[in-house]
Design a protein around this ligand. Sequence first.
Ligand SMILES: Cc1cc2nc3c(=O)[nH]c(=O)nc-3n(C[C@H](O)[C@H](O)[C@H](O)COP(=O)(O)OP(=O)(O)OC[C@H]3O[C@@H](n4cnc5c(N)ncnc54)[C@H](O)[C@@H]3O)c2cc1C
Length: 635
Amino acid sequence: MLLSSSQSLSPSLKSILSLVLLLAVSTVHVRAALYTDPADLPTTEYDYIVVGAGTAGNVIANRLSEDSSRRVLVVEAGVDDTGIVTVHAPFLGPNNQQTLTDWNYTTVPQTGLNNRSITVPRGFVLGGSSSISEYSTFFDFFDFMVWTQGSSDLFDSYADASGDPGWGWDAIQPFWKKVSTLVPSPNNPTLPPPPSSDPTLSNGNGPVQIALPNFATELDYRVINASQILQSSNTTSDRFKYTQDMNGGDTIGFGFNQESTGGGERSSSATAYLWPALNERDNVDVVIGTRAMRLVVDECDRYNSQKRFGAVEVAQSVDGPRTILNATREIVLSAGSIGTPQLLLLSGIGPKDEVEAAGVESLVNLKGVGKNLVDHPLLLTYYSVSAPPASSTFDDTIRNPSLINSAISEWSTSRSGLFSTAPTSLLGFMRVPLASDEPDPSTGPKSAHTEILFLDGFAALGAAKQPSEGYFLSVITAVVSPTSRGSLLLDSTSGLNVTQQGTFSQPLIDYGIMSEEWDVNAMLQALEDADTFLGTEPWGAVSGLFNTTDSSSNSEQYIRENTISVYHPIGSAKMGKAGDKLAVVDERLRVRGGVKGVRVVDASVFPTIPECHPQAVIYTIAERAAELIKQDNVL
Ligand SMILES: Cc1cc2nc3c(=O)[nH]c(=O)nc-3n(C[C@H](O)[C@H](O)[C@H](O)COP(=O)(O)OP(=O)(O)OC[C@H]3O[C@@H](n4cnc5c(N)ncnc54)[C@H](O)[C@@H]3O)c2cc1C
């Protein structure tokens, strides 16, 4: 039975959430060089201009400004993250969607989803999408911040696709270690602690703080037990196996996930990389509320086959003044997998016919810009949990304004309590059984095809609303090696002037989600696996409210009617070898097609989608990219 309830969010809860947005976080940043107007910048000429203060962009800004002889400017369209509680309190993150910290994009109607459009949340704030989190539409209370590094097969596939062994698993390890440090989490005293102090867990000594979930409940230990029971059964072998460490190269298995939090706060690329650079150095400036509108070609190169793009045109409103900012060394595009291809296309770099059809002068015919766009499909199902201990789910808290108030108050005063951690503790990565002659859509046997993720409570999503009573387990299933591909185009359908609108107009985003049958079948397999998992002995007290495997045809319709994405779009300016017609950047992330002076460092460059949550992979790639930029600019 599909759970449906007409319960709506009470006005008092909504007003609490609005208030939360306004509460001040006690951590106050010293503003070293944060500007709100490009006219106030001390200069219009920098060595490097980084477009986008997001996950990757802040890594680049920090590492390039380590050299005090270089001046770095970061141009960010969004807002300052300081004082926004829903950014910093881990449990509250998803309330950021559809607010001032989100670009609020949607896809074009998706044929694989019965022509539904789905939301495309993207961070519009210092920290970018590492500062906002998932799941919206009802209570918006769910934040995952999952920290997964991807498999050794994934990185080795990037080495193959680019022809550069430096992207391979072994070579990338020093950069992975530069990103994060595993810190202790304050544990729920009523339960044995998750294995946060295990010295064998993959770890590093970088600025992003990573913790094991600090509110593991009795339900979470049922997940572990179920995994171990299935692992020891003859029928399922290792498909449901338990794993202690998903970040050690082999991602397959069920276990505690790591999350990007520390000391009860979100650790984002802004808190870990940008603010420390801003507060400690005087050679890095950041201008917020300012959109890059296009890259400007050096006039002397306009008709040359090799063209240097040495400036960025920026604006604060569609009709406001435009300012030209010059980069004497390089422009680094870190505007994300939507913003980066949009900017390239607006700069005349992209498929000639599409660029011209949008009314933009074509300067570089680069066919892959905006192609290869892909995201992970996601589906949510709900199970009722009979009479758990009160502390086992967050249902009571999130339906009661005074308990929410207490949780906010506890977080505000001591960074502890329910809101100091993400609402998911456990997940599992699985392989779909493949026929012997069936191509493997993943990057190898250590990479997953599907994911199952558990939340101890009712995570309202889509049409579902939290019932007024009862306790729930929300089960997310996702296809992490999808075969469907989409694209991004400039939108010339509105009749408005595309060049004038620039990045104030949303591009046409088409994920092509669920357009390939393999992805639908993989989701069906994931739903069946979730039922198998929850049919084991530790779940005796769980009753499925929606049995997804009742009928395969109904299940397919359920999938097409309810699938959204995991908000992990990638690939729209992919890295590849010279012979690869859709390659947008080379192995050093320099834009191809004779473009000089421009690199892309963000989620757009992935040749294939990481079979995991991608933020840690993006940080890692950005660390190596910073090293490559330094190497290429020694003189
Ligand atoms: C709601 C949500 C939840 C997520 N949860 C997880 C998770 O649990 N685990 C995980 O691993 N991943 C998660 N992700 C995915 C992950 O956050 C992203 O893949 C990653 O942050 C992308 O990094 P990026 O550097 O490519 O882009 P972003 O971090 O999005 O940065 C791009 C930046 O560029 C700015 N920008 C864009 N265009 C312009 C322009 N024209 N001018 C100036 N600035 C511009 C944007 O405002 C933004 O700050 C989530 C994403 C979302 C949206």
